[in-house]
Ligand binder design. Structure first.
Ligand code: ATR
Length: 279
């Protein structure tokens, strides 16, 4: 995705995957500040561990407690979390029931959103939804983890965050009246723990969602998970994880280069990259 973007703009920039063991993380990050680098993306399991290694954090990275993008500014490293804005940008690709474009700040202010999962991806999404004023209900297999996530994200030090979050024990009550359902667990992912499963709820429960609700699954492999298939059968608006993947990348691209990201090129490359992968 990034290679295609750099090539399409004639930028002589190389983007490579580097495998870094946890014990080597500090050294690898320090190299970023001295070598010929614009920055880096960070993924599992390092997103939280790099936080104390940054010279500076954006408010989103600080609030979420995780960095997915490192931007080099001279000899300083700035930790960003473009998953937050990437998720909000992906939401704008949803359609409202009257066929208009979805506007998170309008469509989700005061709305109930049910979020499944309490891992790293959930933290960014809960913060994003709270930042546009949503009331987020978090359901997780291990309930204590959902409680901890809510506690960590609802600190009063984030004045820009107008929404709220709370942990819930079952999906049913939250689905009634919810505007949005988001799966952040790996259930339904090919090669994941339960590739043919629907996370934490009975697909029948989707009938509790109002007709205008949307369902997002952050899984993008397969393109349609069992959860999204069930939502489509109910005629609900659906989205898989590809738009968020592309948008978090596009935002990182712009931070590194100062240039508007060629989003269509990136999306096409990401889609093409997934075609060759086992479903
Ligand atoms: P990520 O950073 O991608 O969010 P993670 O931190 O490992 O990954 O989180 C994975 C999420 O998927 C967690 O919410 C996990 O639930 P637990 O916290 O209870 O482990 C959830 N998950 C994984 N396998 C699951 C399964 N079989 N059923 C329900 N939830 C599952």
């Amino acid at each position: 995705m990034h290679g295609a973007a750099f090539r399409s703009l004639g930028l002589n920039i190389d983007y490579r995957a580097v495998d870094v063991a946890p014990a080597d993380l500090a050294e690898a990050v320090a190299r970023l500040a001295t070598g010929p680098y614009l920055g880096a993306n960070v993924t599992v399991p390092h997103k939280e561990a790099v936080v104390p290694l940054m010279h500076e954090l954006t408010p989103a990275a600080r609030a979420v407690g995780a960095v997915n993008t490192i931007v080099r500014r001279g000899d300083r490293l700035v930790g960003h979390n473009t998953d937050v804005a990437g998720f909000l940008q992906a939401l704008t690709e949803l359609r409202t029931p009257d066929g208009g474009a979805f506007e998170p700040a309008t469509d989700l202010a005061g709305a109930t959103c049910l979020l499944l999962g309490a891992g790293g991806a959930a933290r960014a999404v809960v913060h994003a939804l709270m930042s546009v004023g949503a009331d987020v209900h978090v359901l997780n297999r291990h309930a204590d983890r959902a409680g901890r996530l809510v506690e960590q994200l609802t600190v009063p030090e984030a004045p820009a965050v107008s929404g709220s979050a709370r942990a819930v024990n079952t999906a049913q009550a939250s689905l009634t009246g919810a505007r949005l359902l988001v799966n952040t667990t790996s259930v339904g992912m090919s090669g994941g723990p339960q590739p043919h499963g629907v996370p934490l709820l009975d697909p029948e429960h989707l009938t509790l969602l109002p007709g205008g609700a949307s369902v997002i699954d952050l899984v993008y492999r397969p393109a349609e998970t069992p959860l999204l298939a069930a939502a489509r059968r109910r005629d609900l608006a659906t989205q898989n994880g590809l738009p968020m993947l592309v948008w978090q990348g596009a935002l990182a691209f712009t931070e590194w280069t100062g240039v508007a990201a060629p989003v269509a090129v990136m999306r096409h490359a990401a889609e093409r990259g997934l075609v060759g992968e086992p479903q």
